[in-house]
Design a protein around this ligand. Structure first.
Ligand SMILES: [Zn+2]
Length: 313
């Protein structure tokens, strides 16, 4: 069974101000890394624009319309201190969400074993009614709800290993017992949420904060003790990964010291759980990752693992 890789050139048209870490070169760096011989067997496809029906799985229609209406014809519109819309942003955001929806369709229908969506803007900081932290639509949340609504997935587990806490995903699923949201992240750090005491209305939120300076050992221990047993007990019908690679030691925005090997290891652990519970179904969506070299290597190791290669862990 193959691994699907989804992207779209429109995500390069989401422009951010000079010096902004969330920039088009991130996707270019990933694409360059995937030109290597060992990735020729990836099934590649383009991300379609998400329909309103999909976006409203995680956001009210009024929020979507407001974003569309403030979308600039030229220049940049600032949503908050670090979240900016350019003329290409709205379409890029629609395709980032649409790519996640398509990945779910292909994985849930059994056409591919698993999928990785390399799109921007990222999504995990986007709350139901608030764009923030470089994010507009919550791609992972939309993917989870789409799997439930269109494909009958009862329970969906999300593991978010981005170095920042996914406050948006937590917000959306806070009262939803059918989704288990698990996060490792550095704390204290933006956006300030993600304490271990935040557990959701149905004990369906699992936060495992790490300290600045933590690396391989602390990360793997947190994953093995706090997160994997919870996903195992939840017995999900689909596993979604919010795959941010900014916990990499090279990343300029945070101070965890993971290596690309740690992401391959975590991917492998989730694949073991997916094997046991949900016919190996995994959908992974890109979140952060701002050092181009760290991002490219980490993505390549993540894909190696998704493609069933175990040599890195
Ligand atoms: Zn991040």
């Amino acid at each position: 069974m193959s691994t699907l890789y989804i992207s779209h050139p429109a995500c390069l048209d989401h422009q951010t101000p000079l010096g902004h870490p969330e920039r088009p070169d991130r996707i270019r760096a990933i694409e360059r890394a995937l030109e290597k011989e060992r990735f020729t067997s990836l099934v590649r496809d383009q991300a379609p624009m998400a329909e309103m029906d999909s976006l409203t799985l995680a956001h009210p229609e009024s929020y979507v319309v407001r974003l569309r209406d403030i979308s600039p014809r030229e220049g940049l519109v600032r949503i908050d201190e670090d979240t900016v819309m350019s003329p290409g942003t709205y379409e890029a955001a629609l395709r980032a969400a649409g790519g996640a929806v398509k990945a779910v369709d292909e994985v849930m229908s059994g056409h591919v074993a698993n999928a990785f969506v390399a799109m921007r803007p990222p999504g995990h900081h986007a709350e139901r009614v608030r764009a923030m932290g470089f994010c507009f639509f919550n791609n992972a949340a939309i993917a989870a709800r789409h799997a439930q609504k269109k494909h009958g997935a009862g329970r969906v587990a999300i593991f978010d290993w981005d170095v920042h806490h996914g406050n948006g995903t937590q917000d959306i699923f806070w009262s939803d017992a059918s989704v288990l949201y698990c996060s490792t992240h550095e704390a204290p750090l933006y956006p300030g949420t993600g304490a271990a005491s935040e557990t959701g209305e149905h004990n369906n939120i699992v936060n495992a904060p790490l300290n600045a300076g933590d690396g391989t050992e602390a990360f793997r221990e947190a994953v093995e003790t706090a997160i994997l047993p919870r996903i195992d007990a939840f017995a999900p019908d689909l596993i979604i990964i919010s795959a941010g690679f900014d916990a990499h030691w090279r990343d300029p925005l945070a101070s965890l010291n993971l290596t690309e090997t740690d992401f391959a290891w975590a991917t492998q652990k989730l694949m073991d759980l997916a094997d046991r519970h949900c016919g190996r179904r995994i959908v992974s969506v890109l979140e952060g990752g701002y050092d181009l070299d760290g991002l490219a290597k980490s993505t390549a190791f993540h894909l190696d693992a998704l493609m069933g290669r175990e040599m890195h862990t």
